[in-house]
Design a protein around this ligand. Sequence first.
Ligand SMILES: C[S@@+](CC[C@H](N)C(=O)[O-])C[C@H]1O[C@@H](n2cnc3c(N)ncnc32)[C@H](O)[C@@H]1O
Length: 285
Amino acid sequence: MSNETATARAAMPTVANPILERRTVENSNRNVLKYLKPGLTVLDVGCGSGAITRGIAERVGPQGRVLGIDPGEKLIAAAQQHTVGLPQLSFQQADLYTFETTERFDLVTCARVLQWLNRPEEALVRMKEWVKPGGFLAVLDYNHEKVEWLPEPPDAMRTFYDAFLRWRQEAGFDNAIADHLAALFERNGLAEVTAELQFESSRKGEPGFATASRIWSEVAEIRGPQLVQDGYVSEEDRLRAIAEYDQWVATTGESMQLYLLAVEGKRVEEKTGLLRPSLGRSKPE
Ligand SMILES: C[S@@+](CC[C@H](N)C(=O)[O-])C[C@H]1O[C@@H](n2cnc3c(N)ncnc32)[C@H](O)[C@@H]1O
């Protein structure tokens, strides 16, 4: 499918998105905490409505600088509200494929974005460019094929979920991107590449179980209308998936686990190979 289809499917619906605003750097991007210290400069690519970005800015303090970029106009408008009292934090509406900057950052972070791109390697190469030599690129993303429910969710939700994966795959998105990141990092010259599991799990009896496990009803509510419009599920089946899955959450559901990997690598100084000391000054040509 075309880049236009991929861009249209990746676009966040403009309805309020509670999933993004529930996230904090501590609960949803903890892999970057080890880097964050006063004075650091950070670029958050695909920052959504900026809830995680705000937490990053609080940790780098007023001597630091944090920029969040996202193509969503409404998301960036919402994100601007997080800048109150944080002069080190700013947001810009921009698509990573076309974003231009001469600034280089100590840390470039990108969470849950490459799953929505049909050219993730091109995105990675661009993001590497924005890292200072000696700085780090940190990508956090899913393998949607490794979600685990206990017990199995109702058939109506399983059918919706399978359609969701097909809808994504046919747009060119990699449902298993998490497990392909380390190879992408290495192929593109990042050094000291590490990969760390970052499950998002919730179990019955834990305070957040109903909210966290309901994410799939929220996906059916927020993203589902796009699948209906594109002919992957009927409206009736979408509504049934929500109703039956909500029932599962309230009754038989025991646990739900999303599989994420945080993959990180260092940008090393590139050797230009242009200057050979023995050559002395070259003659102008
Ligand atoms: C699932 S949200 C993740 C938001 C946030 N990083 C988080 O972890 O909560 C994916 C984000 O990627 C953004 N996105 C999609 N395509 C993009 C692109 N080409 N360049 C930059 N961001 C993009 C979307 O607008 C959306 O805000």
